[in-house]
Design a protein around this ligand. Structure first.
Ligand code: NAD
Length: 436
């Protein structure tokens, strides 16, 4: 099939490459001409494991190309996917400006009966809104809601082996046939497609993300309680998560959830519901708890370890991306920590395997970014682990002990809690763990 992927960010680029890998001819189009130029030159502007190789292979085999001519890509295609950003507006609702713009271009430029697939995360009612926009087109356009569930860091595997594909569309043979064929290679002959109406599909995406976010926020609250009563969140998690009805995933306490999805999607769901007169208290509280949690590392440093005064303290940070295996720093808890440390007069030296260029673009010379993680810890008054990249899992603690000014380890992901670090002479602190 000939396919246009409009918006070549984390979702568009991965989806475009994967659809090309399964035999389609894909044009990835974006209004960001500089990004398209880099892509056309063989450079992948984001870090996502396996994406570079897959994109290169499909470019070579002429199934994948990149263009800043969005109209041209639309005119050539029978399936048009919208994968543009839907960032939060100041009131929390999703900004649909880019989605509307693409829909308007589709209405003007579509050259045949086509399927317009909304992959961006959009509030319930957007499918109907896009249908109104494309109604004026000279060819029939079937509008489908197909929210994307891939996770950065594991995006290709998630796309190629999805738990499910949610498709919201009319009960129309043409559109069902196109969508079935598109996803056939990754869904075991359509077994994993969950067909539904567009409104239910739109809502499914927000409810899934909010449910996962809710589990994290609840465990973060329980971690604070663990600290008060001398319990250990690791043990509580194991005890609770081994109940099959609950399951073990998304039960990890930490410095609050970040990324470009959970924070904005929780707030957008609350906002959509509120506009319709429904108060989603649990979702609202999930967001409130998370905002508070994002200050937990700075609060611990200031009030538990430095007597309320961070001035002149040198704080090392390991991990800046919002999670491992990505360079994405959107809403990363590390950024809030850095902001607080700088405003409190501390010095920051930080390391991340992939996200440093993005962090450099935000902070410039205001923080020190180092290529070797151990250089960040040199002469530090504390080392804070924010993102649990594998390379931080088992560091040379003896080396840290000799190079740090003060042997304080604040483990935001609880990955070192069982390492006997206190016996080695460190002050160890985590999120709701006793530590040893
Ligand atoms: P992104 O910011 O990485 O990429 C969006 C791209 O769209 C950018 O390259 C931008 O230049 C382009 N764009 C904006 N307006 C455009 C227009 N009018 N025409 C063409 N291109 C345009 O965003 P993302 O992380 O890929 O997310 C895209 C959507 O997918 C969002 O709705 C997001 O919530 C959703 N989503 C994201 C993830 C994720 O892990 N990142 C997962 C599932 C769903």
């Amino acid at each position: 099939m000939k396919l246009a992927m409009i918006g070549t960010g984390y979702v568009g680029l991965v989806s475009g490459a994967c659809f090309a890998e399964t035999g389609n001819h894909v044009i990835c189009a974006d209004i960001d001409a500089a990004k398209i130029e880099r892509l056309a030159g063989g450079e992948i502007p984001i870090f996502e494991p396996g994406l570079g190789e897959m994109a290169a292979r499909n470019v070579l085999q002429r199934r994948l190309s990149f263009s800043s001519d969005v109209s041209g890509a639309i005119a050539e295609s029978e399936v048009i996917c919208i994968a543009v950003g839907t960032p939060p507006r100041s009131d929390g609702a999703a900004d649909l400006h880019a989605v509307d713009r693409v829909a308007e271009t589709v209405a003007q430029r579509v050259a045949r009966e086509s399927v317009l697939v909304i992959k961006s995360t959009v509030p319930v009612g957007t499918n109907a809104r896009v249908r109104r926009i494309v109604k004026a087109a000279t060819h029939r356009i079937h509008v489908v809601s197909n929210p994307e569930f891939l996770k950065e860091g594991n995006a290709i595997d998630d796309f190629m082996k999805p738990d499910r594909i949610v498709i919201g569309c009319d009960d129309d043979f043409f559109v069902r046939d196109v969508m079935s064929r598109l996803y056939h290679p990754v869904t075991l002959s359509a077994e994993r497609i969950v067909w539904m109406d567009p409104a239910s599909a739109e809502l499914t995406k927000y409810v899934a993300n909010t449910m996962l976010a809710m589990r994290i926020s609840f465990m973060n609250e329980v971690a604070a309680l663990c600290e008060k009563v001398g319990a250990d969140i690791h043990l509580v998690r194991q005890g609770v998560g081994s109940d099959e009805r609950i399951g073990s995933k998304f039960l990890y306490a930490g410095p609050g959830f970040g990324g470009s999805c959970f924070p904005k999607d929780v707030v957008a769901l609350v906002s959509t519901a509120r506009d319709l007169g429904v108060e989603l208290d649990l979702a609202n509280t999930t967001d409130r708890v998370n905002r508070r949690q994002k200050g937990v590392l700075a609060r611990k440093l200031k009030h538990v370890h430095f007597d309320g005064d961070l001035r002149g303290k040198r704080i090392a940070i390991w991990g800046l991306a919002f999670k491992p295996r990505t360079d994405d720093i959107r809403e990363s808890p590390a950024l809030q920590l850095i902001d607080t440390l700088l405003s409190e007069g501390a010095e920051v030296a930080a390391h991340d395997p992939e996200a440093m260029p993005n962090v450099q673009a935000v902070y410039g010379e205001r923080i020190t970014l180092v290529e070797d993680a151990y250089d960040a810890a040199k002469d530090a008054d504390a080392l804070v682990l924010v993102t649990e990249w594998r390379q931080y899992q088992n560091p040379d603690f003896a080396r840290l002990m000799t190079s740090m000014r003060r042997p304080l380890l604040l483990d935001g992901r609880n990955i070192w809690s069982s390492y006997g670090l206190r016996k080695l002479g460190f002050t160890y602190d985590g999120i709701g763990v006793r530590g040893s």
